[in-house]
Design a protein around this ligand. Sequence first.
Ligand SMILES: [Mg+2]
Length: 412
Amino acid sequence: MDNTGGGRAGPRMTRRNLLGSTGIVGAAMMIQNAKAAGQSASAERAPASLRISSVKATVHNVPVQVPLLNKTLKTPIVFVEVRTEEGITGYGLTGDLQRFGVSEFINRQLAPFLKGKSALETEARWQEMFLTFNPRYQTGAWSSAVSAVDIALWDVKGKHYGEPVWRLLGGARKRVPAYITFGLLQFDREQLVEMARRFLSEGQDKFKMVVAINHAEDTAEDAARVKAVRQAIGDKPDLMIDGNYLFSMNRALELAKRVEPYNITWFEEPLYGNDARLLAQLRQRCSVPISAGQNEGSRFRHLELLQHASIDILQPNVCYVGGYTEAMKVAGMAQAFNILVADGGGWPHHNMHFQAAVSNGWRVEFHYLMWKVGDTIYKDPPQPEKGFVTLTEEPGLGLEPRQDALKEYLET
Ligand SMILES: [Mg+2]
């Protein structure tokens, strides 16, 4: 009896042989393949496509005037510009996580690495950046940097093909539900109510507020703030709460129980570290749906949340997870688990393309601060209207930067 399967004659097929024959022998072989692919892309295919001529990252600190507080809150961003030899330029963005580390990494390492390669082969570029600079699956600054670059590459791709990114990615729908994150921790109870009423009067119907007041130790006050907003907006509009990783298990459970009467659509990232096992337990012990994932910098952490049944809604954010290329893989995994993806962590102008692209996309977040940053640095970006945002037919991302604003808020 031989072990080759099917009674065929021939050498015994071991796991190692099989992997060798298919070229899957671990990271070393994958890196070799990626290098070979990169060389062929720049040497053979790039002349027929769009070669990257420069990649440049800059840091900006964009002020947003917050209503009722009479003060300006500054929101830092890393802005990326990818130029091509053919003259098409793409723009990407990531938020403030190690922003100077991110911009330095892009300018000093990714920029020379990408120069001369095709901007259209987004999957190849992503895989090369992964295997070359992050072969041990770390996230953090690498993920933020690659997110901004990948977004810019997709912008180039859309402009080249004359199609909006949301359609190139899949084009599931053009009109996406939009929710307004109005409820900053800095507001007192009366200000929260006033802000909610303002947006309600404008026709918005989905709202999110931050919880974890008083260092996440005052769930009674958090619940009172939620109750005040629910009473102000009535029963029908959606209301979500966001814990920003700030609660212990016990406090999160306490708050979830306190807000159960107020019909909460989701409790976002309640627990320290997005602990997959504890989130799963919390989910079982309260009736409020749980969401998480906005800062997870790879598909692998999202897979962990799915495998542990930690969440009801998964929240990959294209500005942190690794751009559209990685977000699409997360959406595919979530779909196999029958889970919807929704935007958390803001940056609506980039995430709306992803939410519109996938059939298990749900809603995009117009977080007040990031929404207004977009309004400041882009010319007339799409706006949320009566609970929806409609994607445009502009090629690429359809986001034309206001160079004067970028210059004014440049942080050096
Ligand atoms: Mg959040």
